[in-house]
Design a binder for this molecule. Structure first.
Ligand code: KG4
Ligand code: ZN
Length: 369
């Protein structure tokens, strides 16, 4: 088909009025700035399909999350191919639901934010493909968001007073790092895990004990009934810089369980969970507090799925009242993967003039720093 014929066919297949508006927008980008700005955001980096509509970078109009946990739990972790296929199945209905809940149509939206990494490449492609399609048809500008920055921005959603400079502990299924944020859009990596991520350690321990996936919420619940000083687990690199090592702790837990079982003793899972959690929390708190002191910041934030952990929050609360820093963390639903946090990060990137071209690809290893 010749190019002009292809273009004509394309114009016919899209309702004329939408096409004309889209064409005009692509050429001029006449988008309302700041006041009344509504952001549509899409997140598909792992095993949650999520779509949100956010007004003025703060007010959540809708925040829909379709979890795939039930599909992956029998495998003890996320199966990338299954994740991509499910994203593809649910993305369109979820977009419709999110817009309906926000009482909005594409005409009310100013820009589309989408997670471009880090994450599973096949999963990221589904969200990015959907966002590109919307951008192409409607002419709305596209903004690419780093998933980790999204987690950090969940804090700004719920704490309007929070401003950089700050130190943030980012703890999820795939990431464990301490980041210094001197200003909006500026990040300095202070420390990161040399092996397993914290969420990954929770998931592996839970899997080994046959307690299911994801392990974090299960072990967190069990830890509430256990004695945290009943079993001593190692606190690797506790006073040794800002990097973490968690694989030794995970192995120590697994060895303990094997030893107890082979000696014919029953493992007290509540005590085990509480002791494991205490070891994790001690290291995360000590290093983050040291980083806050080193950068002389008053604000400390927690982000990522593991920031929902009750022991971690309690540990940081205690450190905050002892040391005097201001502590911020999102509510549990905004700690785990969601699209409202992507919209919040995308809002600032959009206002600073960033745009993602329709030719962009996802970056599964995208870094924040
Ligand atoms: O941020 P997230 O939803 O996805 C990633 O970007 O990885 O984090 C998921 C991780 C899982 O490893 C899960 O076990 C952990 O967060 N998690 C928790 C808790 N809730 C979720 N870990 C400890 N305690 C929790 N309450
Ligand atoms: Zn995440």
């Amino acid at each position: 088909m010749r190019q002009s014929q292809a273009r004509k066919k394309e114009e016919e297949s899209i309702p004329a009025i939408v096409y004309k508006k889209a064409k005009a927008r692509r050429e001029t980008e006449s988008v309302p700035m700041a006041a009344g700005l509504q952001m549509l955001a899409i997140e598909t980096s792992c095993d949650e399909t999520a779509v949100a509509v956010l007004s003025n970078g703060r007010t959540i109009l809708s925040n829909m999350v379709a979890s795939q946990i039930s599909l992956h739990e029998r495998f003890g972790g996320v199966v990338p191919e299954i994740a991509s296929r499910r994203h593809l199945e649910v993305i369109n209905p979820l977009l419709k639901q999110a817009l309906e809940k926000a009482d909005a149509g594409f005409v009310d939206i100013s820009a589309v934010a989408v997670t471009i990494g880090p994450g599973l490449v096949g999963a990221l492609l589904i969200g990015l493909g959907a966002a590109k399609a919307i951008s192409y048809v409607t002419g709305l500008p596209l903004v690419g968001v780093n998933h980790i920055e999204g987690h950090l921005f969940a804090n700004f959603l719920e704490h309007p007073d929070l401003r950089p400079p700050l130190v943030c502990l980012i703890v999820s299924g795939g990431h464990t790092s301490i980041v210094y944020m001197p200003d909006f859009g500026k990040y300095e990596l202070v420390g990161e895990t040399l092996d397993d991520a914290v969420g990954e350690a929770y998931d592996k321990v839970s899997n080994y004990l046959g307690l299911g996936y994801p392990g974090g919420p299960v072990l967190d619940g069990l830890a509430k009934d256990g004695d945290p000083s009943s079993i001593h687990f190692p606190r690797a690199m506790l006073h040794d810089g800002f990097d973490f090592s968690l694989s030794g702790l995970k192995t120590a837990v697994l060895n303990y369980v094997t030893r107890e079982r082979s000696a014919g003793r029953e493992v007290n899972v509540a005590n085990l969970a509480a002791s494991f959690q205490a070891a994790v929390v001690d290291v995360l708190v000590a290093k983050t507090v040291a980083a806050a002191q080193r950068f002389e910041v008053e604000n400390v934030a927690l982000a990522g799925g593991v920031a929902a952990n009750s022991g971690l929050r309690a540990g940081f609360e205690a450190a905050a009242s002892k040391t005097g820093f201001e502590l911020f963390y999102p509510s549990p639903a905004l700690c785990t993967d969601n699209a409202a946090m992507i919209a919040a990060a995308g809002y600032y990137r959009f206002l600073s003039g960033e745009r993602l071209p329709l030719t962009a690809n996802p970056d599964p290893n995208l870094r924040l720093t």
